[in-house]
Design a protein around this ligand. Structure first.
Ligand SMILES: Nc1nc2c(ncn2[C@@H]2O[C@H](COP(=O)(O)OP(=O)(O)O)[C@@H](O)[C@H]2O)c(=O)[nH]1
Ligand SMILES: [Mg+2]
Length: 265
């Protein structure tokens, strides 16, 4: 490990990072994804055969949980956590991070079940993680795109990102991205459950905390396509949550920056 960067990994060739490609965990939260689950699990294992997949299902009424159990019985790389009811995306990921830390996973992916996050990006993201701490599959860097979105949806998403970036000063083009890969050290150091959050706000909180704690973030371009099967669970309330969270985080309980931390030590 390199001392120059506080032990969170280093881009220098002299530094040896943890063996990242040996134990990736891909967390896939599901709610009513019966039409997508078999295909996404198959595509994920084909793209990253060394991965373990953790499905976290919230008692989906459409039988997604039973399909998850079937996939688990067929392949030991698939694991399943059933929760009692729809408890939200944020807490599903937190449960998945706890699972990862209780095991020996060296890096952890967040990925949707609906193919908006194409598994073909898993290998390139893992390669990037060799020289940083969090890789973000970004729609807003050169090469990234949201080809299916109408103008107003792009506008809302861009405005939300601008707002988050301006207030929280996270140097990312895509702060609300949900396709990400973390080194386990990041998950061990952060407390993403500190504020209960559901949707885009949870995604912003993860990069905010990681950045403020001195971890290195890197965006890689992804083309984000809309789901073909099933329905989005995002709502107006989740968009509102993101706006109010950004304001609260900025003005009520901002985290100190890494530089401030070092001064206080
Ligand atoms: N376990 C769990 N998964 C959820 C919940 N809400 C959404 N998801 C899953 O999280 C992922 C992203 O949700 P989605 O509805 O596609 O959001 P969108 O991509 O922003 O439209 C999908 O895999 C959903 O099935 C929830 O409350 N619990
Ligand atoms: Mg989706």
């Amino acid at each position: 490990m390199c001392s120059a960067d506080g032990g969170s990994g280093c881009a220098d060739a002299c530094c040896e990072g943890p063996p990242l490609d040996t134990k990736p965990l891909v967390i896939i939260p599901t709610y009513n994804e019966a039409d997508n689950l078999r295909a996404i699990v198959g595509a994920t294992l084909a793209a990253l055969p060394s991965a373990t997949i953790l499905i976290i299902d919230d008692k989906s009424p459409d039988g997604t949980g039973a399909i998850a159990d079937e996939l688990r019985a067929a392949d030991q790389r698939v694991r399943v956590i059933h929760r009692a009811g729809k408890l939200g995306l944020g807490t599903a990921y937190i449960r998945g991070f706890e699972y990862a830390l209780a095991g020996e996973y060296s890096c952890v992916f967040e990925m949707d079940a609906d193919f908006s996050h194409d598994p073909r990006y898993l290998q390139p993201m893992l390669r990037e993680l060799q020289t940083c701490d969090v890789v973000i599959g970004s729609r807003y860097v050169a090469g990234g795109d949201t080809p299916d979105w109408i103008f107003t949806r792009r506008l809302i998403s861009n405005a939300g990102n601008l707002f988050a970036r301006a207030l929280l000063r996270v140097p990312l083009k895509d702060c609300t991205a949900g396709f990400k890969c973390y080194r386990r050290e990041v998950l061990a150091a952060c407390d993403f459950g500190a504020i209960p959050l559901e949707g885009y706000a949870f995604q912003i909180e993860t990069v905010y905390q990681a950045y403020r704690r001195g971890f290195r973030l890197r965006e890689v371009p992804i083309v984000f396509v809309d789901r073909h099967l099933g329905h989005s669970k995002m709502s107006r309330q989740i968009v509102l949550e993101a706006f109010t969270y950004v304001v609260r985080r900025r003005f009520l309980n901002p985290l100190p920056t890494q530089a401030t931390r070092q001064r206080l030590r």
